[in-house]
Ligand binder design. Structure first.
Ligand code: SAM
Length: 318
């Protein structure tokens, strides 16, 4: 469990302790009641293709819209995986278990195992699953997506990771592990961030980004383009590889939500024209000025699909 020991403290701190706006209402695991069990605690930006982003005139329900976008993101992955009632699914970087519970309750899969490195998230997730009566079909385990030895070989029909694989150190190791634990013919479906272009930067900007990535557990070696991503998947043994950009439906709409979250945190009620101007800037500014490129060198949000070939035996690359 070397990887777990190296990675757990930072992820536990990043997602479990730091009071981030999305999870600030996360209840204590031993005090969860039925109402808490229904509170969404997703940690992703959502897919804003069918869900409309808040506007200056209509923004007070941003939390409901965000949740709808987060459901839409998971549903997009579920549709790509063509999930069915016999499927045994592994969710890597499962957070508080929202995706796992939706997979069971809305998509009707047979069983979900979630792994994460942040113990508090898992404890809250288990308590919520008990409240919903899902404990028999849902296991949330403390494990790294880069070391799935607990799962043995060829056990899952689908491996998912929802906005998590860019954290895995390295993603390459996760791809090999995912291949190993998938049944032949099994599917890998990810919503993942990476980098399509080199962003011009002087030494200071490069150092600032390196520091910001370090703080947020984003590894430089995971910041490659779609062509390299495809090569990595192929080297791990996968087939039927597809990368589809979802960036247009993620970064700018979620930037508006981030702004509203920040205002809400501060108890500030923006004037309508100020908000309209801020949203206009978000829509029109060059991508390099948005936080992902500026802070972390990230500019692509992809739906990643790959299949373990039906006749494949052991892993291709360790
Ligand atoms: C952005 S959050 C996404 C959580 C969840 N998938 C969702 O959409 O709500 C990323 C999650 O990945 C987890 N994580 C990071 N590195 C990991 C690793 N090596 N193995 C398992 N989980 C990891 C973090 O603790 C965090 O819960």
């Amino acid at each position: 469990m070397d990887a777990l020991q190296t990675l757990a403290p930072s992820m536990a701190r990043l997602y479990g302790e730091i009071r981030r706006p999305i999870a600030r209402h996360a209840p204590s695991p031993d005090a969860i009641d039925g109402r808490d069990a229904k509170q969404p605690l997703w940690h992703n930006m959502g897919l804003w293709r069918e869900v409309s982003a808040p506007t200056a005139l209509d923004h007070t329900d941003w939390g409901t819209r965000l949740q709808a976008a987060q459901h839409a993101l998971l549903d997009e992955l579920a549709a790509k995986a063509e999930l069915g009632p016999d499927d045994d699914v592994l969710d890597c970087g499962c957070g508080f278990g929202d995706a796992a519970m939706r997979l069971l309750q809305t998509h009707g899969v047979r069983r979900v195992t979630g792994v994460d490195l942040a113990p508090r998230l898992l404890e809250v997730g288990r308590a919520r699953a008990r409240q919903r009566g899902l404990q028999g079909r849902l296991a949330l385990r403390l494990a790294s997506a880069t070391d799935l030895r607990f799962a043995g070989e060829a056990r899952f029909d689908v491996v998912l990771a929802l906005q998590s694989a860019f954290h895995f150190k390295p993603r390459r190791r996760f791809l090999s592990e995912a291949f190993r634990v998938l049944t032949p013919g099994g599917k890998l479906v990810l919503a993942d961030m990476h980098r399509q272009r080199q962003h011009p930067a002087g030494l200071r900007a490069a150092a600032r980004r390196a520091l910001a990535r370090h703080r947020c557990g984003i590894h430089r070696e995971n910041l490659y383009d779609a062509a390299t991503y495809r090569r990595e998947l192929r080297a791990a043994g996968f087939d039927d590889i597809e990368l589809t950009s979802m960036s247009a439906h993620v970064f700018r709409p979620f930037s508006k939500v981030m702004l509203l979250m920040a205002l809400d945190e501060q108890g500030l009620e923006p004037a309508r024209d100020e908000l309209a101007a801020a949203f206009e800037t978000i829509e029109r500014c060059p991508f390099d000025e948005l936080i992902w490129a500026r802070m972390w060198d990230i500019d692509e949000y992809s739906l990643v699909f790959a299949r373990r070939p039906p006749a494949s035996a052991g892993r291709v690359r360790r």
